[in-house]
Write a protein that binds this ligand. Structure first.
Ligand code: SF4
Length: 399
């Protein structure tokens, strides 16, 4: 079925023109929640207009440059106390494939990543496994730490010692935990996923995931801003949220960024079905749904925001997502797979660069902290010198 036909079927219920909203966005207006919902749910006949305005705003803020971060993915532990129904990453202790990386493994992977030109060490792990599993508490005892987050701090120090810049996404963290990790990280992250509390209700994707409470996640995102931590967040499409809730999630992130100025990038990520998950038969978001969400994000968040879509989750839609207003592809690794979506290989950087060039864009490397946050307000002195040195080298390589 043609793209336009699909769009017409799914979005036929909206009839009002979004032209006034597009004009307001072009004029720099702060959009309301109702306007954001109108954009993401616009008539199919105005889909191309939505993309054109999103592209124009992206060009104003970012030009024709698309970025990515060369990273090594360090899955410190895949044990997790939550049970999101779309997740293949999490394990219980004793499950086949359950692991906790030991310090020597963290050092080895970091060293290999550095040798392959990686700058970012992405610490990605399950949420609070020590709360649920006594076997894991024994592992932490053996490692000489009292919590997973304390162990992540040690992992960050190892990665820094190997020449990398850590970015931690360890699930829901307290203010004190983030403050402890700040001198060891150049940025941190937590996907909002969705502002909808319905997903925590019976039968919802987050029913058995207490750390996915949207109010708790927004609290952490705000606290990261108060701590002056450059922060990555985003939304996950296709986990049971409505189209309006996608727009409301973007508005919530925009409002937090207005309070603190700390959200360095917003990821628009699509759910991918896998045979082994409870949501195996749930429909994946269509490409045009992703494009609508990306374009709405650009209009809500403005020209200065970095808007990202992971290229490995939609390899056929790179050009569409560029038209919809992205300016970043996120982390891409020459060494480690995407442990969250292991079936989705990273794109070959040269091929990705060629596709960008054909669309009229350059592909360039950035760090795990965006250039606009490389200053004394946002970086702890403990990591700032490393960041500046690596950034100068990266810029020198790119030019
Ligand atoms: S998505 Fe994250 S929080 Fe949810 S089960 Fe998987 S690892 Fe745990």
């Amino acid at each position: 079925m043609a793209f336009a036909e699909l769009a017409a079927i799914s979005f036929a219920r909206s009839a009002a023109s979004i032209r006034p909203v597009l004009d307001r966005a072009l004029g720099g207006a702060r959009l309301t929640e109702a306007e954001a919902i109108a954009l993401i749910d616009c008539p199919a006949s105005e889909f191309e207009d939505l993309l054109a305005v999103a592209g124009e705003l992206r060009d104003r803020g970012k030009g024709h440059a698309i970025t990515y971060s060369r990273k090594v993915f360090l899955p410190i532990t895949n044990l997790c106390r939550d049970r999101c129904t779309y997740c293949t990453f999490r394990k219980d202790p004793g499950d086949p494939g359950a692991w906790t990386m030991m310090p020597a493994e963290i050092a080895e992977w970091s060293r290999r990543g550095h040798e392959l030109g990686c700058k970012e060490a992405l610490m990605c792990l399950g949420d609070k496994p020590e709360v649920a599993f006594k076997e894991y508490r024994a592992t932490l005892d053996t490692l000489g730490v009292r919590s997973t987050i304390e162990y992540v701090g040690r992992a960050c120090a190892i990665a820094i010692g190997e020449g990398l810049l850590p970015h931690t996404n360890a699930g829901l963290m307290s203010r004190d935990e983030m403050a402890m990790l700040r001198p060891l990280n150049v940025s941190m992250g937590l996907m909002l996923e969705s502002i909808s509390p319905r997903l925590r209700a019976r039968g919802g994707a987050h029913q058995a995931a207490p750390d996915k409470d949207p109010a708790l996640r927004m609290k952490m995102i705000d606290e990261a801003g108060a701590l002056r931590i450059p922060f990555t967040s985003g939304i996950l499409l296709g986990i049971g949220e409505t189209v309006a809730e996608r727009a409301q999630s973007l508005i919530a992130l925009r409002d937090s960024h207005e309070r603190h100025g700390h959200i360095q990038e917003v990821i628009i990520q699509n759910f991918r079905a896998k045979p082994e998950i409870a949501m195996a038969s749930a429909p994946e978001p269509e490409a045009y749904e992703m494009a609508r969400a990306i374009a709405t994000a650009r209009l809500v968040l403005g020209p200065a925001m970095n808007v990202q879509a992971p290229p490995n989750l939609s390899p056929g839609e790179i050009e569409l997502f560029i038209r919809a207003g992205i300016n970043d592809f996120g982390g891409i690794s020459p060494l480690s797979k995407d442990y969250v979506n292991p079936e989705a290989p990273w794109p070959h950087l040269e091929r990705l660069g060629e596709r960008c060039a054909r669309a009229g864009f350059t592909l360039g490397e950035r760090l795990a902290v965006y250039q606009e946050y490389i200053n004394d307000e946002w970086l702890d002195p403990a990591v700032a010198t490393n960041v500046r040195a690596i950034w100068e080298r990266t810029r020198g390589t790119a030019s």
